[in-house]
Ligand binder design. Sequence first.
Ligand code: IPD
Length: 324
Amino acid sequence: MTDLWQDAMDHAVSAARGAGQVVREALLEDRMVMVKSSSVDLVTQTDQKVEQLIIQSVKEKFPTHRFIGEESVAAGEPCVLSDEPTWIIDPIDGTTNFVHRFPFVAVSIGFSVNKQRAEPAGRASGPGQQRAGPAGPGQQLSRASGPSQRAGPAAEPLLAFLQVEFGVVYSCLEDKMFTARRGRGSFCNGDPLQVSEQKAIQQSIIATEFGSDRDPEVVDKIFSSLRNILCIPVHGIRSAGTAAINMCLVASGCVEAYYEIGMHVWDLAAASLIVSEAGGVLMDVEGGPFDLMSRRVIAANNRTIAERISGEIQAYAPARDDAA
Ligand code: IPD
């Protein structure tokens, strides 16, 4: 089977590794901090430099490809997914961590193509892939089985409405390279990932973030959701300070779920595939299908835990990433 996108994925891994080196070096220097949407939405010259480095290197190799980059969008570029091959880049996920040297920082590169196009069974599937769960326009399929449980090609046509073809998240201070290719599983430094098998939310750790919205009404909702979930009760709540790493922790089985409202498509794109290819599920915070542009996500090890979390969240709807 012709593999259209392996070159692109190999390039993404190498670009993420190079970007991670720049980030590590920049941590040793003074960082000039600027603000974006609010006084707590931070950006540095390193975010901008790393994004340009990645985009330039991709343009040289794939001149027709498109981009959605966090800092390019902040500078006025459109945030649109289409059928065209599109690189979705967060040069530093965890900018606040980076500014404070809190040691979790990731370079995130997702790649989408053929938005909302149904494909025949097996076209993009790896050996022995199985899928289950809901599908719909613009949604990530969820998968019931992890890499170790796959057997035989998919028996029925797969509606591949997935938007993300591959995802690369480089946790550059830990030197962990998380990768996923649609239908071929998720990996960390080459080792396969599998979500936790825990079925009881009462015995789970849940990750979330507090985001950068300081509107008191929003903060009240965040704390109300947190209170509800903590009092289920769960074993604990964690925040890595980066959406991408939180989701890679779900894929790795270290936490059972992550939820947040307010992060962006560039925080989510790559890691959403890493979660689903590790056997996890993706869901909207109100229990509907996951939508990459909605700025809302529950990523969990299984549907039961995802649904329980959705029942406890005080939902709200920030402006979509693709809002005109
Ligand atoms: C942020 C991080 C953070 C999350 C925010 C994101 P950035 O991304 O992922 O964990 O709470 O919602 O915007 O700005 O560091 O790329």
